[in-house]
Design a binder for this molecule. Sequence first.
Ligand SMILES: O=P(O)(O)OC[C@H]1O[C@H](O)[C@H](O)[C@@H](O)[C@@H]1O
Length: 332
Amino acid sequence: MAGPAPAVAASAAASQSPPMQLPSPFAELVKGSSGLEKIVLRGARNCCAEIYLYGGQVTSWKNDNGEELLFLSSKAIFKPPKAIRGGIPICFPQFGTHGNLEQHGFARNRFWTIDNNPPPLPVNPAIKAYVDLILKPSEEDLKIWPHSFEFRLRVSLGPSGDLSLTSRIRNTNTDGRPFSYTFAYHTYFSVSDISEVRVEGLETMDYLDNLKAKERFTEQGDAIVFESEVDKVYLAAPSKIAIIDHEKKRTFVVTKEGLPDAVVWNPWDKKAKAMQDFGDAEYKSMLCVEPAAVERPITLKPGEEWKGRLVLSAVPSSYCSGQLDPSEVLQG
Ligand SMILES: O=P(O)(O)OC[C@H]1O[C@H](O)[C@H](O)[C@@H](O)[C@@H]1O
């Protein structure tokens, strides 16, 4: 990757710990909410993204016009151990309540660090703005989940403003033991009005309904629309899912690799009110579509590595609800 020498952000240089360097000249380490450190990635035109070291969590993704594409609650709490409400929390090593750990595992409320020397990833040379983060378990983590791992996360902004997250998880146990985990990119999309949103690509899929004791059902009919609380894990979902925001005339295309399932969640009004870090009416302007591995946990033997990728793009669309040609968006 060509460019000037790595930039060292003043905030990091001033702290006691060794300065954290960023390999991309289009990435900068700055202080964010509550003084927590975040990385700002600057792409072409006005595209940018922000990633907190706390949680390794993307909290912002903006398009050419500087419009925010992800939902971040106005009541989000930037104070450990609370996970940040919005953006793209990483659920690992457990999704939801599928295990004995805290809901969604612990990766979302740990401090990640910048990984200056990640093993090479096949890269698109056109991608200039990226950052590599790493999470390794602490002594305390090993008490609650007794497995040694290296979780590497690369976040990058493509030349057309696409946001991609690549996770590489390696079993580094030295006692010969395999481990298993469930996982999700808990992506909160910003939408204009949830009642005007359709999700395409999940029709006819089987799902586990979290609101009905994880019972299995088959989705009927047309594209998915929203009229009440939804909390479903779609199984063996396609690699592309489209979220069509009729009012904004914008379509999000979610592309996933290595992640068979897709969770769809909107808390609706009652649950919204019950959440301390979520505005009462904010359920109207968000939708979670979460590429995930839930039904079948992933198992890694020592030395094995798993890769799971998410690519988000936002395409302006003049499609009207009901007139979308899914093949155009989904093959794209
Ligand atoms: O409040 P959180 O722990 O962040 O979880 C928020 C939501 O995440 C997922 O989408 C789950 O399927 C939901 O059951 C859960 O309510």
